[in-house]
Structures are given as C-alpha cells and as structure tokens.
Design a protein around this ligand. Sequence first.
Ligand SMILES: *[C@@H]1O[C@H](CO)[C@@H](O)[C@H](O)[C@H]1NC(C)=O
Ligand SMILES: *[C@@H]1O[C@H](CO)[C@@H](O)[C@H](O)[C@H]1NC(C)=O
Ligand SMILES: *[C@@H]1O[C@H](CO)[C@@H](O)[C@H](O)[C@H]1NC(C)=O
Ligand SMILES: *[C@@H]1O[C@H](CO)[C@@H](O)[C@H](O)[C@H]1NC(C)=O
Ligand SMILES: *[C@@H]1O[C@H](CO)[C@@H](O)[C@H](O)[C@H]1NC(C)=O
Ligand SMILES: *[C@@H]1O[C@H](CO)[C@@H](O)[C@H](O)[C@H]1NC(C)=O
Ligand SMILES: *[C@@H]1O[C@H](CO)[C@@H](O)[C@H](O)[C@H]1NC(C)=O
Ligand SMILES: *[C@@H]1O[C@H](CO)[C@@H](O)[C@H](O)[C@H]1NC(C)=O
Ligand SMILES: *[C@@H]1O[C@H](CO)[C@@H](O)[C@H](O)[C@H]1NC(C)=O
Ligand SMILES: *[C@@H]1O[C@H](CO)[C@@H](O)[C@H](O)[C@H]1NC(C)=O
Ligand SMILES: *[C@@H]1O[C@H](CO)[C@@H](O)[C@H](O)[C@H]1NC(C)=O
Ligand SMILES: *[C@@H]1O[C@H](CO)[C@@H](O)[C@H](O)[C@H]1NC(C)=O
Ligand SMILES: [Ca+2]
Length: 585
Amino acid sequence: MRRSILALTATSGAIANAASLATACTAANALAALPANGTLPGSYVISSSVTANAVYNTSVSGQTFFPDATVDFCNVTFAYSHEGRGDTVGLTLYLPSPDNFQNRWLASGGMAYSINGGVTNLIGGVMYGAASGLTDGGFNTAFDSAFLLANGTIDWVPTYMFGYQAIGEMTTLGKEFTKQFYTMASETKLYTYFQGCSDGGREGWSQAQRWGQLYDGVIAGAPAFRYGQQQVNHLFSNVVEQTLNYYPPPCELELIVNETISNCDALDGKVDGVVSRTDLCKLNFNINSTIGLPYACAASTGGGIGLGYGKHKRQFAATTTPAQNGTVSAEGVAVAQAILDGLIDSEGRQAYLSYQPSASFTDATTSYDSTTDTWELDIASTGGEWVARFLELQDADNLDTLTNVTYDTLRDWMQEGWDRYADSLQTNNPDLTEIYNAGGKILHFHGESDPSVPTASSVHYYESVRKIMYPNLSFNESTTALKDWYRLYLVPGAAHCAINSAQANGPFPQTNLQVMINWVENATVPVTLNATHMAGDEEGTNAQICAWPLRPLWSNNGTTQNCVFDQASYDTWTYDFTAFKLPLY
Ligand SMILES: *[C@@H]1O[C@H](CO)[C@@H](O)[C@H](O)[C@H]1NC(C)=O
Ligand SMILES: *[C@@H]1O[C@H](CO)[C@@H](O)[C@H](O)[C@H]1NC(C)=O
Ligand SMILES: *[C@@H]1O[C@H](CO)[C@@H](O)[C@H](O)[C@H]1NC(C)=O
Ligand SMILES: *[C@@H]1O[C@H](CO)[C@@H](O)[C@H](O)[C@H]1NC(C)=O
Ligand SMILES: *[C@@H]1O[C@H](CO)[C@@H](O)[C@H](O)[C@H]1NC(C)=O
Ligand SMILES: *[C@@H]1O[C@H](CO)[C@@H](O)[C@H](O)[C@H]1NC(C)=O
Ligand SMILES: *[C@@H]1O[C@H](CO)[C@@H](O)[C@H](O)[C@H]1NC(C)=O
Ligand SMILES: *[C@@H]1O[C@H](CO)[C@@H](O)[C@H](O)[C@H]1NC(C)=O
Ligand SMILES: *[C@@H]1O[C@H](CO)[C@@H](O)[C@H](O)[C@H]1NC(C)=O
Ligand SMILES: *[C@@H]1O[C@H](CO)[C@@H](O)[C@H](O)[C@H]1NC(C)=O
Ligand SMILES: *[C@@H]1O[C@H](CO)[C@@H](O)[C@H](O)[C@H]1NC(C)=O
Ligand SMILES: *[C@@H]1O[C@H](CO)[C@@H](O)[C@H](O)[C@H]1NC(C)=O
Ligand SMILES: [Ca+2]
C-alpha cells in the first residue's frame, strides 16, 4: 500500500523522530552522516569541511517555482574531492527538521552559466519535506569563468562537471548523507527529484540522460539544451539585422509583438490578452499587416528594454533610451519575419528553429547612438560569449564584431559547438532507456512566448524521444506510451522561466514539485499541469495546462478549456534540419 503523502509524520529512524531540529542539527551529527569513501567511486568527502547550523522561520514569497512558505531547516555544508585531482567541490544542503522530513531528496539546478540558482531554491524542497541540495560544481558556481585555463586551452574538468557530472555526484552523495542524517532504515525509499529551469532545465535533462537510475522524478523547465545550436541561436536575430541592413528601434518590434498578441489572442477561443495558440497565430496572422501602424515609446533610463538571461550586457549597462515614435516599416517587419522563420542557410536548408510569434524580440534589441542619432547593432552577449569563449577560446564576454558573419557562419558555428561538446554540454540524447527502465518520471514545461530558448526546441526534443523510444509504434500509440512517464506542457503566454508582463493573464505552473510528488508517490498522473494565475485579472485562481501534443481551445466564450489535437497546428511545430548531415534530436 502506498504511504499517504499528505501525512507529515516522519517514518524514518529513531533519532529523527525524537530529535528537535536543534538537537539534530549539530556539526557532530553532520560529521557522522558524511558519506563513506567510495559512495561515489573515485571521490572522498573532506571531513574537516563540515558545517551545520539550524535556521528558523525562513520565509519565501512570490517565487515562480514554489508557493509561499515559512520553514525551519538544518543548513549543512561540506566538500568532497576526486582522487588524484585534488579539487574541492562544495555542497550546500538544507535539511527539513526531523518531524517534517518526508523521505525526499531534491537536487536543484542553476541558470545561464551558473550551476546553481542560489539557496532560495532549496527552500522550495524543504517545504515539501525534502532534503535539498546545490553544488558549486568545483568551480565556484560560475562555469564560464572557469572554462579556460588560458586563451586557447579548455579546462575539460569544469566542462564535464557543468555538463552533467556535478549534479549527479551531488545527488549520489546527498542521498547517502540524507539517509544517514535521518538514520533511515536501509529498506526505506528516499524519493529522489530534480527541479530546474533554463540551464537548470538542461541540467535536468543531463540527469535524465546520464544518471537515469538515480531519479524518481525530473522537472525540467525551458531547457537550454541542444547547446551548440541554442547558444549560437542567440546571435541569429543580430545577423538577420545585419543581413537585411536594418536595425529596428526596440519600440518598433515591441509594437509588432503587441499587434501579434492582440490579433492572435482570440484564436484560442478566450479573449484574455494571452496567445495560448501560437500555432494558430502562425497559420492565421500575417505580420505584414502591421506595416504603417504608428508606434510610440517614452524615453527610459536604466537597463534598457531587453531582458535576456545570463550575463546579457544590456541588463547591466546604464543606458538612456530616447523616446521613439514612428510607423512600422516594411524593413522592420522583414526583420521580424526572418527571425520567426528561423535560421536558413544560403542553400535554403533549415538549420534551426526560432521563437514563437508573440515572444519578445529580446535578441534583436538594438542600442541607441546619441552622437549619430541612430539605432545600431548590439551583439547579444548570450550568443557572443558562447562564440568568443567556447568556440574561439578567448577569455572574452562577447564578440567585438559580427562583420562577415552570415547565416552560413551561424550554421557552421552550430556544427562546431555540437561536435566539440557533443558528450558534455549538448544534452540532447533522446535515448532515455535508463530512466524509463528505472521507472522515473519527467515533467517538462516551456513558456509558449519564451524569448530566450525557443519553445519549439522542447517540442522537437519531445518528438525525437517519442520516435527513438517507440520506433515501431504509430503516432497515437507512441504518444500514448510516452505520456505514461514523460509529459511536456507549453505554458500559455509565459516568458523564459517566468511570467510575462506582456501577457499578464497567462497562468504559470508554480507547484511542479507537488505535482511530481503526487505522480511519483501516489500515481496521480498530471493529465493537465496544475498552474496558478500569478498576475492579471484572474490572479490567485487555478488553471490547468494541456499536455503536448494536445493544445488548448476554449469554448463557451472562453469559459471552458478543451485540450484538442489539430494536425495543421502540430505541423507548425515540426522541423527537419536539412542543413546538417546527422540527425539533430
Ligand atoms: C577517505 O579518503 C581520503 C583520501 O584518500 C583519506 O584521507 C581518508 O582518510 C579516507 N577516509 C576514511 C574514513 O577512510
Ligand atoms: C518562529 O515563529 C513562530 C511563530 O511566529 C514563533 O512562535 C517561534 O518562536 C519562532 N521561532 C524562532 C526560533 O524564532
Ligand atoms: C549555511 O552555512 C554556510 C557555511 O557555514 C554559511 O556560509 C551560510 O551563511 C549558512 N546559511 C544560513 C542560512 O545559515
Ligand atoms: C505594448 O503593450 C504594453 C502593454 O502590454 C504597453 O505597455 C506598451 O507600451 C506597448 N508598446 C507599444 C510599442 O505600443
Ligand atoms: C510580406 O511582405 C513582403 C514584402 O512585400 C513579401 O515579400 C512577403 O511575402 C509577405 N509575407 C507574407 C507572409 O505575406
Ligand atoms: C513623435 O515625436 C515628435 C517629435 O519628438 C513629437 O512631436 C510627437 O508628439 C511624437 N508623437 C507621438 C505620438 O508621441
Ligand atoms: C586572452 O584573450 C582576451 C580576449 O581576446 C584578451 O583580451 C587577453 O589579452 C588575452 N590574454 C592573453 C594573456 O593573451
Ligand atoms: C571580412 O572579409 C573581408 C573579405 O574577405 C576581409 O578583407 C576582412 O578582413 C574581413 N573582416 C573581418 C573583420 O573579418
Ligand atoms: C521494431 O521492429 C523491429 C522489426 O520487427 C524489431 O527488430 C525491433 O526490435 C523493434 N524495436 C522495438 C524498440 O520494439
Ligand atoms: C492519491 O491517489 C488517490 C487514488 O488515486 C487519489 O484519490 C488522491 O487524490 C491522490 N492524492 C494526491 C495528493 O494526489
Ligand atoms: C494547484 O494549484 C493550486 C493553486 O492554483 C494550489 O492551491 C494547489 O495546491 C495545487 N495542487 C497541486 C497538486 O499542486
Ligand atoms: C464573452 O466574454 C467576454 C469576456 O469575458 C465578455 O465581455 C462578453 O460579454 C462575453 N460574450 C458573451 C456573448 O457572453
Ligand atoms: Ca487568448
């Protein structure tokens, strides 16, 4: 019989049941709970590194990936080293007070080039009775800073640690620590989860692909995977501008986005300012119709309009954006349309996919030159750093120029990154046999208006997994089989791992860990994904998100949501990357 997961009683060992947090959370207890040498072959824990302190009444609120809560926990840190390497990898574990522990472990991930997203993510596990961990990867969290030993010389150690190794190692050691800290009986199961978004989503996939036996449930949001393509794709918008020789004022692209939203809103059957069906938008809305419409934006100072992820320089530059007004130009629409079409090489072959209509054109953000009173190329550092540092092996945060860079250059850069990092960062292996055989579940979600990692990237991977795992089944049969253990949800209106102020009435899946726990521990299949309106007219109310390949379609004037299949819409999400000789999953 399944244990009730709603009961908060600890079922673990004697010490845990009897002890208060204060008596359990001591350095001596943490030292005694350290994993033995050999728990992780080839590594040992550095005993002298252990710290422990009890923390009470820590509150979190307004978080995207978990609800508000106030928790107590034991803060434990320790480090381990790899035999023969002499490195130091630091772990931080937040352990629920013994009476709140529910036999769960949560590994958390990071974002951009950070392997962890900070300790707040750990609270998101503690509130569900999970011992929760993060790792510094052995490189003090920031992978890009550690990647080069010198110009031209890659340090492969942090590359593999960031790629997949460090989080799998943390989970191996963290689970052992957790079992010993709570003196769990050896036959008691420690449910094992991962949760992350953006690079954290990629890290989740790295765990499903590489450490499948470790996990009962992996939650992967908007994964920055297919890394060689994903990172170069950040430069595609700039190269479109350069190729078409038009550098749109940000306000012009913003108006095109606003018009896309208002024209496509109703296609999903609910007039709420949210484009829940970007596929119908592709099929029915021609952005040429925005040519000639007036736009106006007030002057602003600060970080500018673009909000990329990672070290995008626009987030830090203190710039003054002048007031902009004008009418949408044919050139501006041509730039927008080329970006939406995705990278196509000079031989007409598709090389990559792109953002959905309604997403902001973040990568295309230009910068204003007050001396010439013109809008100019502003190289998206999310892509520029990748090429400068990881392909050209220069200790630089961006490219200096895109001179001579063409669509074919981008294709070749994608190929180069794919080849060089195929077994470390690429993270798109669709063979999930190991986690499938181990009974693991995967919850994958992606904002449908994501301006940083294209939503179609997740769809493409899902479809690749379906075909690789079920080569002999029909579309319907394989889709049904895959949904038993791997489900993908596209979040209407959502941006990159975040709600979207341009479509404020969209819902967001804030309780994914609870949903995953119910699926793993109680066999409650998330037929639709639980979500909440975190802003807008329906703030605070519940929503349910359809599972791919079903798509939302509202009836009764937007009061009833149906999840439907529509072939023409499905077809807008599928790509054949003929620019590459090998299949690109
Ligand atoms: C674990 O391995 C390290 C390094 O080889 C060694 O210094 C330490 O004594 C070992 N610890 C135990 C408990 O064997
Ligand atoms: C935590 O908050 C509760 C309720 O406000 C209070 O009773 C308790 O004393 C606090 N505990 C600590 C250690 O501050
Ligand atoms: C957790 O422990 C580490 C190492 O001692 C310390 O730096 C950190 O501030 C502690 N965090 C909390 C919330 O106590
Ligand atoms: C786009 O719509 C938002 C409201 O969602 C508004 O604040 C902004 O000014 C609009 N931009 C333009 C260029 O009209
Ligand atoms: C939009 O207009 C351009 C230029 O007039 C034309 O080449 C293009 O085919 C049009 N696109 C669509 C989708 O109608
Ligand atoms: C556009 O800019 C001009 C010159 O700055 C100004 O006179 C005009 O009022 C502006 N129009 C709008 C709609 O903001
Ligand atoms: C390494 O490359 C960067 C970027 O090209 C350059 O600024 C720096 O001077 C180089 N360092 C050395 C030691 O040559
Ligand atoms: C661009 O290509 C031209 C012609 O091959 C070459 O002369 C020039 O140096 C190149 N510029 C850069 C910045 O690579
Ligand atoms: C698919 O069918 C082929 C031929 O019947 C068979 O050899 C193969 O094992 C099947 N593959 C799977 C995954 O069932
Ligand atoms: C657990 O499963 C039972 C039986 O299917 C169901 O009635 C119950 O709602 C589930 N509880 C949770 C929290 O999912
Ligand atoms: C679903 O979301 C609602 C808020 O919209 C929340 O109250 C509820 O606990 C969530 N259910 C699960 C299973 O996560
Ligand atoms: C449909 O819903 C909209 C928005 O809720 C409302 O304004 C409108 O009156 C409704 N129309 C009908 C025919 O009920
Ligand atoms: Ca709508």
